[in-house]
Design a protein around this ligand. Structure first.
Ligand SMILES: [Zn+2]
Length: 176
C-alpha cells in the first residue's frame, strides 16, 4: 500500500486506543499499527500497484504525487500520535533503508511481522480472496476508498474520545 494508507491505519488505531493516556496503551497501539502493515500490503493486490515505476505515465505520476501529498497531510494532522503512525510504516524500511544500504536483507521486516502467530493465516486468506487489480489504474479508487474509510474511523473515534465544544453543546441540547 501507499504510505498514506498505512498512516491512515495508524491514525485510526491511535484515535481508537488513545496512546497518550498511558504507556500500556502506547505499547498496544504501536504494536497493532506495525501488525496492520502486512494485511494492508496483502489488500494492495486490489489496488493500483504496477510492479515498476511508470515514470512516462501521467496518471501514475499524478496518483503518486497525490498519495505523497496525502501522506504528508495525514502525518501532520495526526502528528500527536507520531510514534503509532511511524510504527504503521515501519516494515517499509525494508525498501527505503535496507535496499539502498544493505544493512539487512530487504523484506526481512515484512517477513518478521508475517512470522508472528496467526499472521500467515490472515495473509493467506486475504491473498486467496482479494482480486489482483495491480495493473489497473481504476483500482486507485480502491485505495482511495480504504484511506477515506480509515480516516473516517479515526475522526469518529477521536470525536467520541474528545468531543468538541460544538459536539458537547449539541449533545446537551439533545438530552434536553
Ligand atoms: Zn509494506
Amino acid at each position: 500500500m501507499q504510505a498514506v494508507t498505512h498512516l491512515a491505519a495508524g491514525a485510526a488505531i491511535a484515535a481508537w486506543l488513545r496512546p497518550h493516556e498511558s504507556r500500556a496503551r502506547l505499547a498496544v497501539a504501536t504494536a497493532l499499527a506495525a501488525l496492520s502493515h502486512v494485511p494492508l500490503d496483502d489488500l494492495a493486490l486490489a489496488t493500483y500497484h504496477p510492479p515498476r515505476p511508470l515514470l512516462h505515465d501521467p496518471f501514475w505520476i499524478a496518483f503518486h504525487a497525490a498519495a505523497w501529498l496525502g501522506a504528508a497531510l495525514v502525518a501532520w494532522r495526526w502528528r500527536a500520535s507520531a510514534v503509532v503512525l511511524a510504527a504503521a510504516l515501519l516494515p517499509d524500511l525494508d525498501w527505503v533503508l535496507a535496499r539502498p544500504t544493505g544493512l539487512w536483507e530487504p523484506g526481512a521486516l515484512h517477513a518478521a511481522v508475517r512470522a508472528l502467530p496467526g499472521m500467515r493465516e490472515v495473509s493467506g486468506t486475504l491473498r486467496a480472496v482479494v482480486p489482483d487489480l495491480r495493473a489497473q489504474p481504476a483500482a486507485a479508487a480502491v485505495e482511495l476508498a480504504i484511506v477515506a474509510l480509515l480516516l473516517a474511523l479515526a475522526h469518529r473515534a477521536q470525536r467520541r474520545a474528545a468531543p468538541t465544544p460544538a459536539d458537547a453543546a449539541a449533545a446537551s441540547l439533545a438530552e434536553g
